[in-house]
Design a protein around this ligand. Sequence first.
Ligand code: NAP
Length: 293
Amino acid sequence: MARLLEGAPVAEALAEIMKEKAASLRETGIVPTLAVVRIGSDPAAESYGAGLAKRAAGLGLRVESRVFSAGTTQETLEKAIRSLNRSGRIHGILLMRPVPAGIDELKLCRLIDPDKDVDGAGLVSLGGVFTGEKETGFPPSTAQAALEVLRYYGIGLSGKRVLVIGRSLVVGRPAAMLLLREDATVTVAHSRSEDLPALTREAGIVITAVGKPEFLTGDYFGEGQILVDVGVSWSPEKGKLCGDLCFEEAEKKAAALTPVPGGVGTVTSAVLLSHVVEAALRAEAKRTNGQNA
Ligand code: NAP
């Protein structure tokens, strides 16, 4: 019977650490605060923002929404991000993506102050992930969440053969870099990879971030694998959100696997909020160092 790697206890463990840190910041009058920038109306983004705010409140953190209509100009959005960068009250900035057509998303991401770039959207953060410099920006939350799941359940990575399926800047590439940091032997697959079933069967651990419902079926799996499913997509056949894994077939062979929903997605927002706390701590350390200099 495959072990189910549920996200809730991982998120809870991260929350406990955050609560302590947030409490110590509160003693100095600081409430770690995240600004969520939303452009246009997207029910999924709205509900994610509401969920974040609720979770943050339970931890002694704050989430502030900045909502812009789909027709807002690039110039106005850039001005808004610059203003959030300057604000001493805001510690983290999350730009909800994708943004409406006509808006230069990359330019907005790159404008975010690296010290407030809590979802690893900008070049400095990605540089930090690449070089392994932990205090340089922040890793993308989802990529880190996949590793937090493995860490929490005591699944070692050193020397292990890990396959990452997907090479986006949000998940696949940063996950591969974070895995290298943990001494894993990493392969990255994508839509042009030849014989993906064979590549997948050969790996000890698979992290999949494709975004096609139940894309990985029976012949992709080997005995005793650890399967981490980042994918979340709508299956018209099943009429519900599914992961990349065909769960029923995967669990027949796997040693352990994450569910969708209730797996990596549950951990992602906890990682994001932990970055907000970390950003507040860094800002406070900078302020005190400045005073003592
Ligand atoms: P993306 O930018 O669309 O990237 C998908 C990746 O999958 C690409 O690298 C693509 O390869 C690869 N791919 C597509 N078809 C493939 C195939 N037939 N064989 C092998 N690889 C294939 O998506 P993303 O932003 O990384 O997100 C991936 C999934 O994670 C989505 O379902 C998304 O909803 C989910 N997600 C979940 C969370 C969470 O918190 N759980 C957060 C973010 C994203 P090419 O590069 O060659 O096109």
